[in-house]
Ligand binder design. Structure first.
Ligand SMILES: CC(=O)[C@@H](O)[C@H](O)COP(=O)(O)O
Length: 255
């Protein structure tokens, strides 16, 4: 999978918040096989963990995808992205501009505006968006080469609330890498996203809040591989009617 100019073999992007301990986090990263970790500049700075935490993430060898979690305005997000670029020395930014407190739904108007500003400033933007095709078009026009539609509200673990919307996105943007971001609860949700033809999955809470985060990280990795393999194998279309799977070529005659 290629995201901007970077080739990756893992299709799992992992969040780094809410783990029970730094050791569990690093063990989970290793178990997940993830090569991309997202980190919230604002949250970690506010929590006071700062440089030590970021150094620990760097030591995993994974690429860092800083994010603008907690930003609600264009200006907030632009400033946070600029700080992230200086600290992590990367043009990558996962752009979150939250518009609604209860659902953490993106403010898609501010998102498009911020994406344009950051792209013109040389950032490679990963926008957290809805499955709205018009918004997605605008984001691509603004310079985004990757789209990150939500699966369900952040942290909800509800799985894919609108698989048809994701399917439509896949059909509409066959060449744009699509990463389902947020709302994944179980490995089966991640596998479903991959079976729909998504290129990758970004998740955090499902692993961090699992009873055994390291085991769940491993399970997510396996599910994403299985889902992708299933997509590539071109599943059959569902049918309305039963069709015998064993052909009957004549009836046995009972004497
Ligand atoms: C870590 C991060 O970037 C989250 O904002 C992301 O959207 C993941 O969401 P979940 O925690 O629901 O997986």
């Amino acid at each position: 999978m290629r995201l901007y100019d970077v080739d990756l073999s893992s299709r799992l992007l992992l969040g780094t918040a809410q783990y029970p301990s730094p050791q569990v986090l690093t063990d989970a990263v290793q178990a997940s096989g993830s090569e991309v970790l997202t980190v919230s500049l604002r949250r970690e700075t506010a929590a006071g963990s700062g440089a030590g935490f970021w150094d620990m993430l760097r030591q995993t060898g994974a690429r860092i995808l800083p994010n603008t979690a907690g930003c609600h305005t264009v200006q907030d997000a632009v400033t946070t992205a600029q700080m992230a670029r200086e600290i992590f020395d990367t043009p990558w930014i996962k752009l979150e501009v939250i518009g609604h407190g209860d659902t953490l739904q993106p403010d898609v108007f501010a998102l498009v505006e911020t994406a344009r500003i950051l792209s013109e400033d040389g950032f490679q933007v990963f926008p957290y968006t809805t499955e709205d095709l018009v918004v997605a078009e605008r984001l691509v026009e603004a310079g985004c080469e990757v789209l990150m539609p939500w699966g369900a509200p952040i942290g909800s673990g509800q799985g894919l609330r609108n698989p048809d919307g994701l399917r439509a996105m896949r059909a509409h943007f066959p060449e744009v890498p699509l990463i389902v971001d947020a709302g994944i609860g179980r490995p089966s949700d991640a596998a479903e996203a991959m079976e729909l033809g998504m290129d990758a999955v970004l998740l955090n809470t499902a692993v961090a809040k699992a009873g055994d985060p390291v085991a769940m990280a491993r399970a997510m990795d396996l599910a994403i591989r299985a889902g992708r393999a299933g997509f590539e194998a071109q599943p059959m279309e569902p049918r309305d009617m039963a069709v015998p799977s064993t052909p009957v070529l004549g009836l046995a005659e009972l004497m």
